[in-house]
Design a protein. Structure first.
Length: 235
């Protein structure tokens, strides 16, 4: 009886904070985007929680076992087994409302990560969204997938310099380590402290464990068009 009451109370207090990143991601996409290209979709992409609200999604991954698992769950409308660095030849310019790289660019070298972002900007019509650890986070391969190794780290200021808006995710950075696991004991207690710190780190991403970076392509293209017009006028 006491145990059931404790579980219920825990859900009431902390339920709102669970899957925090998925909820923010859904808020950024639903309503403004109808089509989505999910790069490095893996076996359990977070869009599975709101894919029904989108008209058409494509999942891309280079690790066949993960792609097959995702296909089995029918998360996306279509799947492509391919290297994400080839999307510029596979998909046309402005062919998706949103292009998403969720837990992906940290698995690429810095040079390849920058190339990928450039490709994403070409393919996206409205938004480019990147989700990654806040700075470099060491990670080894697991589940037989060598592509899970982290090769690069991404800082808030460099994302802002590329015109991304940055939101802090997964609470206070110090509390989590490899694969976002809670570092301190007891895990049950510190996980809930992590949940609560999201209230602060969402608005102050420098303290967050991970960052969700959003670039509005329509605004970006409008700025470029304005700059071109101004240049012509001056000339």
């Amino acid at each position: 009886m006491i145990k059931e009451a404790s579980i219920k109370l825990d859900r009431v207090i902390f339920g709102h904070f669970q899957n925090h990143s998925h909820k923010i991601l859904a808020k950024e996409i639903i309503g403004s985007c109808e089509t989505l290209l999910d790069l490095g979709c893996g076996a359990s992409s977070p869009i599975q929680e709101f894919a029904a609200a989108l008209q058409y999604t494509v999942g891309v991954d280079y690790f066949k076992p993960s792609l097959k698992k995702s296909e089995g769950k029918k998360i996306h409308d279509e799947y492509r087994l391919m290297n994400v660095l080839e999307i510029d030849t596979e998909f046309e310019e402005n062919s998706f409302d949103c292009v998403l790289a969720y837990d992906l660019i940290e698995h690429l070298s810095k040079e390849d990560g920058l190339k990928l972002i450039s490709m994403m900007e070409r393919v996206a019509r409205k938004k480019v969204i990147v989700y990654t650890p806040n700075g470099f986070l060491p990670q080894r391969a697991y589940d037989g997938n060598q592509y899970q190794i982290h090769l690069s780290g991404w800082e808030i200021e460099e994302m802002k310099a590329m015109s991304f808006r940055v939101i802090g995710i997964n609470g206070w950075k110090t509390l989590r380590g490899e694969r976002a696991q809670i570092r301190w004991r007891p895990t049950f207690f510190w996980r809930r402290i992590s949940f609560l710190t999201q209230i602060i780190t969402t608005k102050y991403p420098r303290y967050a464990f991970q960052i969700l970076c959003i670039k509005e392509m329509l605004d970006d293209r409008h700025s470029m068009d304005t700059a071109k017009t101004s240049h012509v006028a001056i000339a």
